[in-house]
Design a binder for this molecule. Structure first.
Ligand code: GDP
Length: 315
């Protein structure tokens, strides 16, 4: 059987590397990748030349400038410009070179700050966004709409998946710029090593967040690539959420930290709740398989291994 040629844009990131692991398990794909040194995705002509040479039939777009709540609110120009450019370059270069199927990955932050919870796909563009990640969200909304427009106008199967907060192998552990799970793993690990009596978590601890293990996202992406008539965009979530304080206790348990947890209210909370309605994806026959407790153990084991090998990502 002829294998489908698949380009994973952004294969070195946490999501891209999970997609690559999954693609390698599925023998139907012949996978193409490019490092940042080989291909600058912000350069349209370079994207076009790469796609003309490699001729993929399918593309999964997992390249993004990502970061946690502080990074997003500090560098809005970088988040908006880089993510808009990446999206328009890959979508247009794919169209120009005859790609028939493209899966664009966005984020649950595309939905309004005060969207109904759990958030259905129909909540898109019904209200103002959460200001702390507005730049990233606007770029992802533009990417999603671009795919839907090319599908409508040109008949190509370009569609999108909007994952909830992700964590897992190869995460970014920067103390200020990372997302909450790697941020807390790092802080609780150091506090355990240094026998600190307390660890501060940001904000009030009350915001609710849903977390999906990144390998579950990868399995959902390949499931979506196999649907004949996928929705223009679909939520990919775990299906339940926890408070940040509960999460902090789970991370402390996973790491073996026994001190106190205190709140640093000088840091922002972000949106009060972000739980996706995943009924559309579930109705197509997909469910997640890694719960938060097991996922945290896997993530912490990977953190320890990466630290021991001096290859911890901290961008
Ligand atoms: P968000 O989902 O876009 O808000 O992104 P984050 O993962 O950065 O933050 C999620 C929630 O965790 C927010 O309410 C943060 O204030 C809270 N939080 C608690 N401690 C930390 C931490 O050490 N790092 C980060 N990034 N967030 C934290």
């Amino acid at each position: 059987m002829k294998k489908r040629r698949l380009f994973i844009a952004g294969h070195t990131g946490m999501v891209g590397s999970a997609l690559l692991r999954e693609a390698q398990c599925r023998e139907v794909f012949d996978t193409v990748t490019a490092t940042r040194a080989q291909l600058d995705l912000r350069d349209f002509n370079a994207c076009l030349a790469f796609m003309e040479e490699q001729r993929p039939e399918c593309v999964i777009f997992a390249a993004a400038k990502v970061g946690g709540i502080l990074s997003n609110s500090t560098y809005p120009a970088d988040f908006l410009y880089d993510n808009l450019t990446l999206a328009s370059n890959i979508v247009h270069a794919s169209f120009k070179t005859g790609v028939q199927r493209l899966l664009f990955l966005g984020s649950s932050c595309i939905y309004p700050k005060l969207a109904p919870q759990p958030i259905p796909e129909s909540a898109l563009l019904t209200g103002p966004l959460e200001p702390t990640n507005e730049a990233y969200a606007i770029a992802k909304i533009a990417g999603l709409k671009l795919c839907a427009a090319y599908r409508k106008q040109h008949g190509v199967l370009f569609h999108s998946a909007m994952p909830t907060n992700l964590y897992g192998l190869g995460d970014n552990y920067h103390p200020d710029h990372s997302h909450v799970i790697p941020g807390l793993i790092h802080r609780f690990h150091l506090a355990t090593e240094q026998q600190l009596p307390e660890v501060a978590i940001w904000g009030t601890g009350t915001p609710l967040r849903e977390f999906l293990y990144v390998d579950d996202l990868a399995s959902a992406c390949f499931h979506l690539l196999n649907l004949d008539n996928p929705p223009d965009w679909v939520n990919v979530g775990y299906g339940s959420d926890v408070s940040i304080l509960e999460l902090a206790h789970s991370v402390a348990r996973t790491v073996g930290y026994q001190g106190r947890i205190v709140l640093d209210s000088s840091k922002p909370d972000g949106t009060p709740r972000k739980l996706l309605d995943t009924s559309l994806l579930r109705s197509t026959g997909w469910t997640p398989s890694v719960n938060l407790e097991d996922g945290l153990k896997l993530a912490y084991a990977d953190y320890q291994a990466a630290k021991a090998a001096n290859r911890l990502r901290s961008l």
